[in-house]
Design a protein around this ligand. Structure first.
Ligand SMILES: [Mg+2]
Length: 271
């Protein structure tokens, strides 16, 4: 049996979309740990936000920040010494994304044509209102390295026009739960594939990948997975996505759905 690795989105998947808590999904962490199944966070969240969630959930695995913009690898991890990594924030890092200065240059060039509000330009009160984040978490959400979440205030047609202009400039526009994310030409799957390739090289064998997400921006992450899982949302329907393997759509929402899917697929793998 090939070893299993879990990649997971956070908001609306491992974490409740409102309370940002991982219960009851977190009750499976010890079981997964005891079977050597790593849970790798792959989300739109920033480095400081990831630090907090890793601390709260006791996670020590590599993680992917800002929708596939960079992979951070702990110094004691087996792939920490692979080629191409740089030292950053006490981790080893591989970057796929675009520096924010370039994204802001692009935003300046289009700001007169569209109506939107960048997350990093919101006041603390605005940010709390839109995201539901606690006051202490606002700065962490605004400390971005590779992407800019935009609260869209314009029409659907205008958004299509922006998508065309974004692509022409060599950037990506990704639909998230609350925001559209302007970022470099990368995605969650690119970072995930890189990580899996490093793991395969080091271990000289293949792994099974289970990937869990709830939104459009998880599509690529689920596309190649052996066990793709769509977590049901209370806010939106399941996104339409194409995957290599058949998708498991959860009955329950958020971390309850995560718990349901991981338990089901994990127990099947053990048989
Ligand atoms: Mg999500």
């Amino acid at each position: 049996m090939n070893k299993l690795i879990i990649f997971t989105d956070l908001d609306g998947s491992l974490l409740d979309a409102e309370s940002y808590t991982a219960s009851p999904a977190d009750s499976l962490f010890d079981l997964l740990d005891s079977h050597g199944v790593p849970v790798i966070f792959n989300s739109s969240k920033t480095f400081p936000e990831m630090m907090k969630i890793r601390r709260l959930t006791g996670n020590h695995q590599p993680f992917v920040v800002e929708n596939g913009s960079a992979v951070y690898v702990p110094l004691d991890h087996e792939i920490a010494a692979v080629e191409g990594l740089e030292s950053m924030h006490g981790y080893r890092r591989y970057v796929f994304g675009e520096a924010r200065q370039r994204l802001h240059g692009f935003l300046r060039s289009i700001q007169a044509k569209f109506r939107y509000k960048p997350l990093t330009e919101m006041s603390e009160a605005e940010c709390i209102k839109v995201t539901g984040l606690a006051r202490t978490d606002v700065v962490m959400a605004q400390t971005r390295e590779f992407s800019e979440p935009l609260l869209w205030l314009d029409s659907e047609d205008a958004l299509k026009t922006l998508a065309v202009e974004t692509a022409a400039a060599g950037f990506h526009l990704v639909m998230g739960g609350r925001f559209i994310h302007l970022m470099g030409a990368t995605d969650k799957n690119l970072a995930q594939r890189w990580l899996m390739n490093q793991m395969r090289r080091i271990h000289g064998k293949d792994f099974k990948v289970m990937a869990l997400g709830d939104s459009e921006n998880d599509a690529q992450m689920l596309a190649d997975a052996d066990y793709p899982v769509l977590i049901r949302s209370e806010k939106h329907g399941f996104p339409t996505i194409k995957t290599k393997a058949s998708i498991y759509r959860t009955t329950r929402t958020g971390p309850s759905g995560w718990h349901e899917a991981v338990r089901r697929i994990f127990s099947q793998q053990l048989i």
